[in-house]
Design a binder for this molecule. Structure first.
Ligand code: NCD
Length: 425
């Protein structure tokens, strides 16, 4: 195995130091380290973060390899500073059996660019009628611990209760896509002033809030772990705040786009801004940012949702919801939060690693920890060019925007997956 000596780097915003990486672990830290056999990496001006961990990635394989594959999504993740991603189950076939989750897990190992941890479906075919083989997925080689019907809400309260009860035996988590489907029939965007003006059917905030309120009560009743995907409204934050204060075992994520973009974007009628849940308002953004600082929201998760050109470049009403996220998340976090490195490390690495139970991830670089880390240059501003992204899809809402921060290098178990800002393989 190779050795790397990263010199003069700020670890999570601290004073510059050297980091020696050897045999897959951080072998030493301190100033003036010498290791003649190690490849030198000049860390001057760079910040070392624990490798980012995404709780919410759509990799599209199996089924829509034209939009993304496990390999292309893994490469996009590594270039975005990630060392682990949790792959959502809404593939085709759906990841609702041990066979499919093992396939995704194995493809992730073969790509070898990030650790790919499959998420299993809660219900067969995401149809919301029968529980999937949760136990078989948990016992499989993929060792699934998070289950989600993301893209669909587990709307039936009895099924949700059963799922929470089932995963309690192995301390699993149900990750809910909170959307009361009866309140969002035909919805095209956030329900509010802009939807009224544009004459588009609205997706009301209460459709999310009602499900979160129900599910925190169910999780409390059962004593199980609940995770809320892509929280998007100020009202959801209030429900979560109260649930956490009562000791409910609930965690929550927010996406980069819900921290930055508003429903005004829909006025362009450019479907690149169509996403589920929809972009909300300035006051929602303010509440989400405050919740992230406070810890009511635990995690920034990308909801990286690649879509083929024909599914996105069409009339708004026909376009699929979803936007790319992996290659821009850290830049958006820097833009929104500023250089609060400890907060960024917590919300984008330590907390998601803890929630997903990924023991090798989420550790600040320190002697003895697995060398899963990323080096960021906060001084660089870069303009996002969709054609330059590693994802197979192009549906980024940040096209031609200039954003702060560049991922210079990413290390997975001591081996670089990204060096000089470029994928190594
Ligand atoms: N977040 C999205 O807008 N899209 C997701 C699924 C979903 O949540 O609808 C996708 O898989 O494309």
């Amino acid at each position: 195995m190779s050795a790397y000596l990263i010199t003069n780097v700020s670890v999570v915003g601290g004073a510059p130091t050297d980091l020696l990486i050897r045999d897959g672990v951080v072998a030493g830290t301190g100033t003036g380290l010498a290791a003649p056999d190690a490849t030198a990496v000049d860390g001057t001006g760079l910040v070392a973060l624990p490798g980012l961990v995404d709780l919410h990635t759509h990799l599209r394989e199996p089924g829509r390899e034209d939009a993304e594959t496990v390999e292309s999504g893994s490469r996009a993740a590594a270039l975005g500073g990630y060392t682990a991603v949790c792959a959502m189950a809404n593939t085709s076939p759906v990841a609702d059996t041990a066979g499919v989750v093992e396939q995704v897990w194995r493809l992730g190992r073969e790509a070898g660019l990030v650790d790919v941890q499959p998420i299993g479906a809660v219900t067969v075919g995401l149809a919301g009628e029968h529980l999937a083989e949760l136990g078989a997925m948990a016992d499989s080689a993929a060792r699934v611990r998070i289950f989600s019907d993301d893209g669909h809400c587990v709307a039936d309260p009895r099924l949700m209760r059963r799922a929470l009860e089932y995963v309690k035996a192995f301390d699993g988590i149900i990750a809910q896509h909170a959307e009361e489907p009866r309140l969002t029939e035909g919805a095209q965007m956030h329900e509010g002033e802009v939807s009224t003006r544009l004459g588009l059917t609205g997706w009301p905030a209460v459709a999310e809030e009602a499900i979160i309120a129900r599910d925190v009560l169910l999780a409390e009743h059962v004593g199980s772990r609940l995770h809320i995907c892509h929280v998007s409204t100020a009202g959801s934050v209030e429900v979560l705040r109260q649930a956490k204060a009562r000791g409910v075992r609930v965690t929550a994520e927010v996406t980069p786009h819900h921290l930055l973009l508003t429903d005004e974007k829909a006025a362009t009628y450019d479907p690149v801004y169509k996403v589920n849940p929809p972009l909300r308002t300035d006051s929602d953004i303010a509440a989400l940012r405050a919740a992230l600082a406070e810890g009511v929201i635990d995690v920034i998760a990308t909801d990286h949702a690649p879509h083929a050109v024909e599914d996105k470049e069409c009339e708004w009403a026909y376009a699929r919801p979803g936007m790319l996220g992996l290659e821009t998340a850290l830049s958006i976090a820097l833009d929104v939060l500023g250089p609060q490195w400890d907060l960024i490390a917590e919300r984008m690495s330590r907390a998601p690693a803890r929630i997903a139970g990924l023991a090798d991830h989420g550790h600040d670089p320190a002697p003895g920890v697995p060398a899963n880390l990323t080096l960021v240059d906060p001084a660089v501003r870069r303009t996002i060019e969709p054609a330059e992204l590693a994802s197979r899809s192009r549906n980024t809402p940040y096209a031609r925007m200039t954003l702060p921060g560049r991922i210079v290098a990413t290390f997975l178990r001591g081996e670089p997956t990204v060096l000089d800002g470029k994928a190594v393989k």
